[in-house]
Structures are given as structure tokens and as C-alpha cells.
Design a binder for this molecule. Structure first.
Ligand SMILES: C[S@@+](CC[C@H](N)C(=O)[O-])C[C@H]1O[C@@H](n2cnc3c(N)ncnc32)[C@H](O)[C@@H]1O
Length: 251
């Protein structure tokens, strides 16, 4: 069984509903809503996780270049032609929400083959902003990068992952994949959203440090509907590869 989730970009606290809708609601006063299909079964990949939903609800802030989120994710400013790659996209909420907000952006969402059907469904329902596009490509952290990503022309401004650090056994491959992607995109920003579930997840941060990534920002987001920081708070960790001279900012 599949459900659709409506996300609404707006002022905090951000509303969201999990209802069996099959098309976006029209919410006046906000950015047009978008719907994301997910499954109600046991698949980890084919349902929505909190970190992706939480950060996606705040992407409207990216349109304000002075916002902490815009400054962290796009330190060189918003410009036409931004290239974004999402790892472990699942149902695609993060990449689709970004393509929905950013104009003239190219968004590539990636994951294991098991998500192909649901992500293709969500991508086909997506309504990217003017000049923007989104597509899915299979990318397994445990394999070599797809050949389409290993050309010198394929660079990224932003590499994103949401709720992909819950399994510490996967962290070495995830960090290795991020490192390989950033080799061709040395000024890329890497943003990792997570809801901290277990101390073992800290290995991801140790591995990022060992791989010469410097955390340049950490932004906290209460879950939609919550107004205060708590156990369910989602943190967006923003990194740049060493060699840059980033400003550090914790919000
Ligand atoms: C907890 S889900 C998060 C999904 C989505 N980002 C969200 O926020 O709803 C973790 C995702 O990582 C993906 N993943 C796990 N191991 C992977 C691997 N080796 N290569 C690529 N993706 C992987 C899973 O398929 C899944 O979609």
C-alpha cells in the first residue's frame, strides 16, 4: 500500500500531514505543496524518515540568501546551474523538495535499485521550479561510482544525505562515497541530516574527520509540529573538505 505525504513550506512551526492523499493540497499563503508517495510496509528505504521530512520543510529558507541554511548550503550564493546530488534518497523527499524550491538547478537523487519504482513514481509527480530538473540514478555506496558520475564534467555544488547514518556498519562506505564524489567537486558542500538514535552513529562523524572533512555548520530543526529542541530534533551537519577556509557556524 502506498501513502502520499503533503509537505508545506512556510513559517515555523511547519505543518505537515500524513494522510492518504494522492495529490498535493493547495495551501494558500505558502509555497505550493508537494506529495511524496511512500509504502506502509517494512522497507527501510521505501518510507519517509524524519530527517528528510524535517529539513525539507525548511528549504523555503534557501530563497533568503541571508538565512543560515542558505549560507551553509550555498556559501557562494544562489546562482543558476547549481548541481545537487542526494545519496540514499529513499522516496526522494529531500531532492524533490529542493528541485521544487530552487530554480535552474539540476538534482540527481540516488539510492539502491530497490527504491527504483517508488522514486520514479515520485520523480514523475514532481514539479521542479523553472529551469530545474530531477532524475534518479542507482548508486550503491559499496560499489564503484556509476561511470556517468566519473567524468570531469560531472561536478556537484551540494551533496546531501538524510537519515543515512543510522547504521554504523554502512558509515565507512558512505563516507568513502562522499569522498569520491568530492574529489571531482572540491568546493562542494556536504550536508548530512540525522536524528540521533544511538551513540554508535558517532562513527560517521569520526570517519568524516578522518577523511579530512571539516564541519562548518550544524543547524537544529525540531520535527514539524514540535516547537522546541528535544530527543526528536533533527540536526543538519554541514561539511567542506579541508583546504577551503570556511567559517564555522552553529545555529
Ligand atoms: C533510513 S533511509 C533514508 C531515506 C531518505 N533519505 C529519507 O530521509 O526518507 C536510508 C537510505 O539509505 C539507503 N542506503 C542504505 N545503504 C545504501 C548503500 N549501500 N548504497 C546506497 N544507498 C543505501 C537506503 O536504501 C535508504 O533509502
Amino acid at each position: 500500500m502506498a501513502l502520499a505525504v503533503s509537505l508545506v513550506h512556510g513559517a515555523l512551526p511547519l505543518p505537515w500531514q500524513r494522510t492518504p492523499l494522492d495529490w498535493p493540497r493547495d495551501v494558500s499563503g505558502c509555497h505550493p505543496g508537494l506529495s511524496i508517495w511512500e509504502e506502509t510496509g517494512n522497507s527501510i528505504a521505501r518510507h519517509l524518515w524524519d530527517a528528510g521530512v524535517a529539513i525539507s520543510c525548511h528549504f523555503g529558507q534557501l530563497l533568503d540568501e541571508k538565512s543560515p541554511l542558505a549560507q551553509a548550503l550555498f556559501p557562494s550564493g544562489l546562482r543558476a546551474g547549481l548541481r545537487v546530488l542526494e545519496l540514499g534518497t529513499g522516496c526522494g523527499v529531500v531532492g524533490i523538495a529542493l528541485a521544487h524550491i530552487l530554480q535552474d538547478a539540476t538534482v540527481l537523487v540516488t539510492d539502491l535499485p530497490e527504491v527504483t519504482e517508488i522514486i520514479q513514481r515520485n520523480v514523475s509527480c514532481a514539479k521542479p521550479a523553472a529551469g530545474s530538473s530531477i532524475r534518479f540514478e542507482k548508486l550503491d555506496w559499496d560499489s564503484v561510482l556509476p561511470s556517468s558520475l566519473t567524468t570531469d564534467a560531472m561536478t556537484f555544488d551540494l551533496v546531501l544525505a538524510a537519515d543515512c547514518t543510522y547504521n554504523p556498519d554502512s558509515s565507512p562506505a558512505l563516507v568513502d562515497t562522499i569522498s569520491r564524489l568530492v574529489q571531482r567537486s572540491s568546493s562542494a558542500v556536504v550536508a548530512v541530516a540525522m536524528k540521533f538514535r544511538h551513540p554508535s552513529e558517532a562513527v560517521f562523524f569520526d570517519l568524516m574527520t578522518a577523511a579530512s572533512f571539516l564541519q562548518v555548520a550544524k543547524i537544529s530543526y525540531p520535527l514539524p509540529g514540535d516547537s522546541t529542541v528535544g530527543d526528536d530534533t533533527v540536526y543538519l551537519h554541514v561539511y567542506q573538505h579541508r583546504g577551503k577556509s570556511p567559517r564555522t557556524c552553529v545555529v
